[in-house]
Design a binder for this molecule. Structure first.
Ligand code: GLU
Length: 467
């Protein structure tokens, strides 16, 4: 039975790198009919926050990544303690009383001698026996793992291929702090064992931790899961993705009006491929996903491509759903969407032209309130020669049945009567009624804005025409 997990530390928002890792683990578990687990690694008491836990849960829910859990490491302290005791008893771990000052001095000395900074093993039991070092009175020790001195650690990484690290490169890491809280490398192993993980997939910033973790599995006599390390995400400039490349928190994409299926599609494709497919459903992702096609090199985040995908998904999305998503944006913008044109109809008219829900809402504003045209637009389109035709149209619009076909007929009638070209009339009309020079077809636009509003706006704007 396949079991994968996502194990974020709640020290910030759920960023897109984490979301992508979660997505790969989720898709793989789904594909294999397995289980995907969410485990919150909240042992960093200073940096973990409830808001961040919430942001993670919100992000997972929004992206549709369902999971077993969430489990919280802080609720499992007894278990880590018990496993640490087991390691103490079997001689794979020992208490270490070195103070912070001592450790700093140790590292400084190593640096001065051009050695790699590492714990020198001074509280290893064999060393203590020889040196007669005695635990200081009343001091609370940390617990260190007794890393093997010789040999090497090897695993076949699902993404990076075979990796080997010599044990001589590793020192005795702290597994339990003096306050009884496990360190990352220990908590993660205990949990991955207890939660029966078959695949441990994570960012490749953890590659260096994996050999340490493997040694702990061996000490506990447990078999290893498979490991896979996903390369990181870079910005367009090749730098590590950061704030200045745009939004990083998953829920910021919600705030900006992205659809979750677009972000899922984008993140899936960012660092994984299936032939030439750029746009695919989540079902297809599940059907196709494998680790073989996860790229070994870092991916570059391309905001334009994400917008393009979002645009494709908006075009296909149900109008009622889009209306519901656009409504809060419009309300923030002072539009009472309960009155006037049904928002779903407005959305249907506009959705081909936008790439985010925010843009959709922006484009919908003039259906709900008057927008004053810019001075440039007025200057360009409000000319004395066209005024009589607009007045004619005004009176025709007052009489007709208010449906798109009749509005179209009225506009065409005026164009013919006054011997105009269509844009000559349609452009000022657009600007007068919507405040903008670009709108969907004018008859459909007027129909939705409603007769009363159209006539009122025309009357007001006609006063701004030169005599
Ligand atoms: N809490 C770790 C992180 O957020 C988890 C790494 C792992 O998946 O093992 O980076």
């Amino acid at each position: 039975m396949i079991r994968t997990r996502f194990a974020p530390s709640p020290t910030g928002y759920l960023h897109i790198g984490g979301a992508r890792t979660a997505l790969y683990c989720w898709a793989f578990a789904k594909k294999q009919g397995g289980t995907f687990v969410l485990r919150v690694e909240d042992t960093d008491r200073e940096r973990s926050t409830d808001a961040s836990v919430q942001a993670i849960l919100d992000g997972m829910q929004w992206l549709g990544l369902d999971y077993e859990g969430p489990y919280f490491q802080m609720q499992r302290l007894d278990r880590y303690r018990a496993v640490a005791d087991e390691l103490l008893r079997s001689g794979h771990a020992y208490p270490c009383y070195a103070t912070k000052e001592e450790l700093d001095a140790m590292r400084e000395g190593q640096r001065a001698r051009n050695e790699k900074p590492r714990y020198d093993g001074r509280w290893r039991p064999d060393h203590v026996q020889r040196s007669g070092l005695a635990p200081p009175m009343g001091a609370q020790p940390v617990i260190r793992f007794r890393n093997p001195d010789a040999g090497e650690v090897t695993w076949s990484d699902l993404i990076k291929g075979p990796i080997t690290i010599a044990n001589s490169e590793l020192d005795d890491l702290v597994i339990m702090r003096a306050d009884g809280i496990p360190t990352y490398n220990f908590g993660v192993v205990v949990d991955d064992i207890d939660m029966e993980m078959t695949h441990v997939i994570r960012g490749d910033d953890h590659v260096n931790n994996t050999p340490r973790q493997i040694n702990i599995y061996h000490a506990l006599g447990k078999s290893l899961p498979l490991f896979g390390h996903v390369p990181m995400i870079l910005g367009q400039d090749g730098e590590r993705l950061s704030k200045r490349h745009g939004a990083q928190g998953v829920m910021e994409y919600f705030d900006e009006g992205f659809l979750p299926e677009a972000l899922v599609n984008y993140l899936a494709r960012l660092g994984w491929s299936h032939g030439d497919n750029e746009k695919f459903s989540t079902d297809k992702l599940i059907e196709w996903f494998d680790f073989k096609h996860v790229s070994r090199s870092p991916a570059r985040f391309d905001p334009d491509k994400l917008r393009w995908l979002n645009q494709q998904y908006i075009k296909e999305a149900d109008n009622k759903r889009l209306a519901k998503l656009a409504q809060p944006f419009l309300e923030r913008d002072g539009c009472a969407t309960g009155q006037g044109a049904p928002l779903a109809s407005v959305v249907a008219l506009l959705k081909e032209r936008v790439s985010t829900i925010e843009e959709l809402a922006d484009a919908a504003v003039y259906f709900y309130r008057e927008l004053e045209p810019s001075a440039e637009l007025k200057q360009q389109h409000y000319t004395a020669d066209i005024k009589p035709a607009l007045e004619d149209l005004q009176s025709r619009l007052a009489r007709i049945e208010w449906i798109r076909a009749k509005i179209n007929e009225a506009v065409k009638g005026v164009v013919a009567e006054h011997k105009l070209k269509m844009p000559k009339l349609a452009m000022p009309l657009r600007v007068m009624v919507t405040g903008e020079a670009q709108t969907p077809s004018i008859d459909a636009t007027l129909e939705l804005i409603g007769r009363e509003q159209v006539l009122a706006r025309m009357a007001k704007q006609l006063q701004a025409f030169p005599a």
